[in-house]
Design a protein around this ligand. Structure first.
Ligand SMILES: Nc1ncnc2c1ncn2[C@@H]1O[C@H](COP(=O)(O)OP(=O)(O)O)[C@@H](O)[C@H]1O
Ligand SMILES: [Mg+2]
Length: 385
């Protein structure tokens, strides 16, 4: 089956489309990437999505954005289809998260967790004239899970190994990892968000440098880490909380960046960016030492993906932080999935599972009580006689 996966993450940088050829089921699933394509969001769309996430939107604006994103996702799939010369049979679209609260809190007298991804699947189905699976996270939450992370399903399928342990790391807006111990069964997988990925760096680059991100980490490379500021950031409760745990703009969004800047005082922009970059690198290594294993493990591989891999300063700092754990950075490209494409591939695979009525949330990763097929299907229409 030819399936397109569509991902737009918390960085709100744009849309990744992966077209895969997928066959088989369970441990005998074969996945081959046919095409990966990235389309940047127009600046006005990015601004609007960020405003919505930071809670300044009307209901009408939200409803319109839901349909607009459906159109943009459809355009991106059509482009990828044209470029590959292959027609897809099914589309899996993650959508744009505008709110995520994985743990229940009291709300009007009830215990409620909530998540919301927009980008209307019905619009994509109508434009592509193909079925679309979207809204993957809600079923996991309804079944007592945190609704995230979902990508570990793919990590487990691709990286499970009889004799070697694998840490599969992604650095998007948020950084998350999947730990697949040697010879692991599904229930042995540990996956959680380690904290910020590019989110704080992007936010500071926008404000201090007037750029959407610190290209190649070149600003951070010129700065010095502010040890006091780094210590303050690492004292956040989130880093101490044991997994399962998820993070988003609710933890490391605009408010966090404001406080970071306030505490930085008159530090130079380059130093502030160097400190934010060190925060990502340090919190990843600390999470591994705290929650995965301590000491050196020569029989563990460390694979990485996501836009953060383009930030050279971040990769250098991370390599140094991982050294005491005996880990060396390798890219998921080695396993046939380019670093920029992995999350989009994951949603193609999840859509494929749902289309066949199979569950795809890893209970060990999300904390759900039941495994369940994820997402809702939008069907294409048929023209009248
Ligand atoms: N050349 C680059 N230099 C530094 N950072 C980059 C570069 N290219 C992409 N990035 C970072 O990667 C982010 C996008 O990564 P992505 O994996 O798409 O995250 P998300 O899943 O949150 O959308 C950008 O916002 C930016 O921070
Ligand atoms: Mg992205």
């Amino acid at each position: 089956m030819i399936v397109a996966g569509v991902m737009s993450g918390t960085s709100v940088d744009g849309i990744d489309v992966a077209i895969i050829d997928i066959r088989g089921s369970g441990t005998r699933t074969r996945i081959q990437l046919v095409r990966h394509q990235h389309a940047s969001f127009p600046a006005a769309v990015r601004r609007r999505v960020l405003d919505v996430m930071n809670a300044t939107a009307s209901v009408a604006g939200l409803a319109q954005l839901n349909f607009l994103l459906g159109e943009l996702y459809a355009d991106a799939v059509i482009k990828a289809q044209r470029a590959s010369g292959i027609c897809v049979d099914l589309i899996g679209c993650h959508g744009q998260t505008i709110y995520h609260q994985g743990s229940p809190g009291r709300f009007l007298g009830r215990s409620i967790a909530a998540t919301w991804q927009i980008g209307e699947g019905a619009v994509i189905a109508a434009r592509l004239i193909k079925p679309v699976v979207s809204d993957f996270r809600v079923a996991d939450i309804a079944n007592g899970g945190q609704g995230a992370p979902l990508v570990p399903f793919l990590d487990y399928r691709l990286f499970r190994n009889a004799t070697r342990g694998r840490i599969v790391q992604n650095i998007g807006g948020i950084a998350n990892l999947t730990w697949v111990p040697p010879g692991a069964g599904e229930d042995d997988v540990l996956a959680f968000d380690t904290g910020p990925g590019n989110m704080i760096i992007d936010s500071l680059a926008t404000r201090l440098l007037n750029r959407p991100f610190d290209r190649n980490g070149s600003a951070a490379a010129k700065g010095q880490v502010d040890a006091g500021l780094l210590r303050w950031a690492l004292s956040m409760d989130f880093f101490k909380k044991p997994p399962p745990k998820t993070a988003g703009r609710e933890e490391f969004g605009r408010e966090f960046a404001n406080e970071f800047l306030r505490r930085a005082g008159r530090a130079r922009p380059h130093d502030i960016l160097a400190t934010a970059t060190a925060l990502t690198a340090h919190s990843i290594a600390a999470a591994i030492a705290r929650f995965v294993f301590s000491g050196r493990h020569p029989d563990v591989d460390y694979f990485i993906s996501g836009g953060g891999t383009q930030n050279k300063t971040l990769m250098n700092l991370l390599a140094l932080e991982l050294l005491p754990l005996g880990l060396a950075i390798r890219f998921t490209d080695e396993a046939g999935i380019p670093a920029q494409a992995k999350e989009a591939v994951a949603f193609a695979v999840l859509a494929y599972e749902t289309w066949h009525g199979r569950p795809s949330n890893l209970r060990a990763a999300t904390g759900a009580l039941r495994s369940v097929p994820l997402g809702k299907v939008s069907y294409p229409g048929r023209k009248g006689p």
